[in-house]
Design a binder for this molecule. Structure first.
Ligand SMILES: C[S@@+](CC[C@H](N)C(=O)[O-])C[C@H]1O[C@@H](n2cnc3c(N)ncnc32)[C@H](O)[C@@H]1O
Length: 282
């Protein structure tokens, strides 16, 4: 899509928004860091933002974690609120959705968009610049004040959640940060709660498909224990050997219940191109 077509889409969104014709839960494409830049029609953009979370991700969580409309959901690395939108059409007033992200801009937009949903909460958690793939990419070395990559979840959420979900977040993190996050997840999951986190997992089959040239991406570099496509900014895409994943879960106090491999390396789980790991705290 040309820059002109993109500018036209931004303007069209803004005009419709000003006329009250856009649901405030839908972020502007201009701000949405995860929007598919090849999309130029407004209706396609809105559908693209919500479709997969509504028709695949939330139904998957409902099935795997036995959720009801009164459930509590933590969306770790919620981005621009795809799952928030689906959840806001599913949860009752007794349910809870908490979205957490390291992008202040995304969190501030979501707080504004969901101001009429009292059971929808959003938290910004800063991490150090050298752990944040977006800051590294943008070259804004002084952007974060945070010293560590280890945010701690507020104590009031301990034992609260029926499911903690992350989609395409561990694929941008180093091992130490992921291990810490999984420990935090274990603290906030209630008894019977599930961790459902997506990964890019390099097992023997994925290696074979990669050698065939049939994975959705090449991962030619092995840096600091992860397969990646960028030596300059490995956090743009982090894929872990399966043995490392078992070590991380054990060290974080989770038992892996199931792994459902995604289409990035030639398999199908019906929910995402990434691999899904379902776990429970010990
Ligand atoms: C590819 S986006 C996915 C967003 C969302 N989960 C989705 O599927 O639409 C990755 C998100 O993870 C967030 N993120 C990256 N590293 C993180 C970290 N260490 N802790 C929490 N969120 C992180 C980014 O800010 C970004 O919103």
């Amino acid at each position: 899509m040309t820059i002109d077509a993109r500018t036209k889409l931004y303007q069209e969104f803004q005009q419709a928004f000003n006329l009250g014709k856009i649901d405030p839960r839908i972020p502007s494409p201009e701000n949405n860091g995860n929007y598919d830049k090849s999309i130029s029609s407004l209706s396609e953009y809105i559908r693209g933002h919500v479709e997969s979370a509504c028709l695949k991700e939330l139904p998957y969580l409902i099935e795997k974690a036995n959720l009801t409309p009164d459930a509590s959901i933590l969306d770790y690395g919620c981005g621009w609120g795809r799952l928030a939108y689906a959840s806001s059409n599913y949860l009752s007033s007794k349910g809870l959705y908490l979205g957490l992200d390291i992008s202040k801009f995304a969190i501030d937009s979501l707080k504004a968009g969901y101001s009429s949903f009292p059971n929808f909460e959003f938290i910004f958690q800063d991490i150090s610049t050298d752990e944040n793939y977006i800051y590294i990419q943008e070259g804004k070395s002084s952007k974060s004040q945070a010293k560590s990559s280890e945010p701690v979840l507020p104590i009031e959420y301990e034992g609260k959640f029926d499911v903690v979900f992350s989609h395409s977040v561990f694929t941008h993190m180093w091992r130490e940060g992921i291990q810490h996050v999984l420990k935090e997840q274990a603290k906030v999951l209630g008894s019977g709660g599930y961790g459902i986190n997506t990964w890019l997992i390099v097992d023997e089959y994925a290696k074979y498909v990669m050698k065939c040239g049939l994975t959705d991406r090449a991962l030619p570099f092995f840096v600091n224990g992860v397969f990646t496509y960028s030596q300059e900014n490995p956090l743009l895409c982090t894929a872990y050997p399966i043995s490392t994943i078992y070590e991380i879960y054990a060290a974080a106090g989770h038992q892996i219940i199931d792994i459902e491999f995604g289409s990035w390396a030639g398999r199908e789980n019906g929910v995402t191109y990434q691999d899904v790991v379902i776990s429970k705290p010990f």
